[in-house]
Design a protein around this ligand. Structure first.
Ligand code: GLP
Length: 257
């Protein structure tokens, strides 16, 4: 595991974007796993700048979302398909038909989940999965208690996740109760993982995920078992880490002044 600690989110975005660009260089039809939430926004902004400058080549790139809400109408602003088009695909000049998102709006969500898992396999798997982390340590929508063997499936959102995500909706009751999420095993099959965390409210989850026991109570802790994980943190998200302990188990680049 390699951990980068940056001064602020903008610098983090630039470094993580460069990491993604380099990791996908030489992959002929790269498959990028993309996340929603606020954490990846600076990464997408920096990737868009690199795509527009011509250094990050997006021709041939396909993207697969981590998750999608169940039951939001097609045109809802918070439907993750729409969020990803707005924040990621359009600024980078990637056609919407190359952005794959589970179908959370249909009649049969379990079937949509199974088809999505299959679509990832058919695409040859994910070369690099970008992740945020929830305050309770969820990745995707794999809430505490999720099985490490889980594949893409329908999941119930915890109350704490619904409260955390209410800021994106006009009314808290509008936050869906279910989502379709890549499973923890799906995420672990990605050939590389980049996890982004910013802000003090993530500090406890970051410490537990990186230096605590590997347990289903802290879903992100499973990443300790992944052979190619890079973590990008701002100073606030890194604040609870015991850097001495961390240096005994990971490569730490502290880029702060
Ligand atoms: C959501 C998403 C996750 C995301 C997490 C953190 O629930 N499903 O993929 O990582 O929240 O979001 P944020 O980055 O906005 O804190």
């Amino acid at each position: 595991m390699i951990i980068h600690i940056l001064q602020d989110a903008d610098r983090l975005g630039e470094l993580a974007a460069r990491h993604i660009e380099v990791a996908l260089l030489g992959v002929s039809s790269p498959v990028l796993g993309v996340a929603t939430g606020s954490s990846p926004e600076p990464v997408y902004a920096a990737l868009a700048a690199r795509a527009n400058a011509g250094t990050f080549r997006v021709d041939g790139l396909r993207a697969f979302a981590l998750d999608e809400y169940v039951g939001l109408p097609d045109d809802h602003d918070e439907r993750y398909r729409n969020v990803l088009l707005r924040a990621f695909a359009n600024p980078l000049g990637i056609d919407g038909d190359r952005v794959h998102v589970p179908d959370g709006g249909g009649e049969d969500a379990p079937l949509a989940a199974a088809r999505y898992e299959q679509a990832i396999q058919l695409a040859g798997g994910i070369d690099l999965q970008l992740l945020g982390i929830g305050r309770n340590g969820h990745i995707g929508f794999n809430e505490p208690g999720s099985d490490f063997r889980s594949l893409t499936r329908v999941v119930e959102l915890t109350e704490s996740t619904r409260v955390a995500n209410a800021r994106f909706f006009a009314r808290a009751e509008e936050v869906p109760r279910q989502s379709i999420s890549q499973g923890l095993a799906t995420i672990m099959r990605s050939r590389a993982v980049v996890l982004i965390a910013t802000g003090a409210e993530k500090a406890d989850a970051v410490r537990a995920a990186l230096t605590g026991p590997v347990t289903t109570d802290m879903p992100a802790s499973v990443l300790q078992r992944h052979p190619r994980v890079s973590i990008y943190l701002d100073g606030a998200a890194a604040a609870s880490l015991d850097l001495q302990l961390l240096e005994s188990i990971a490569v730490v680049h502290d880029w702060r002044e």
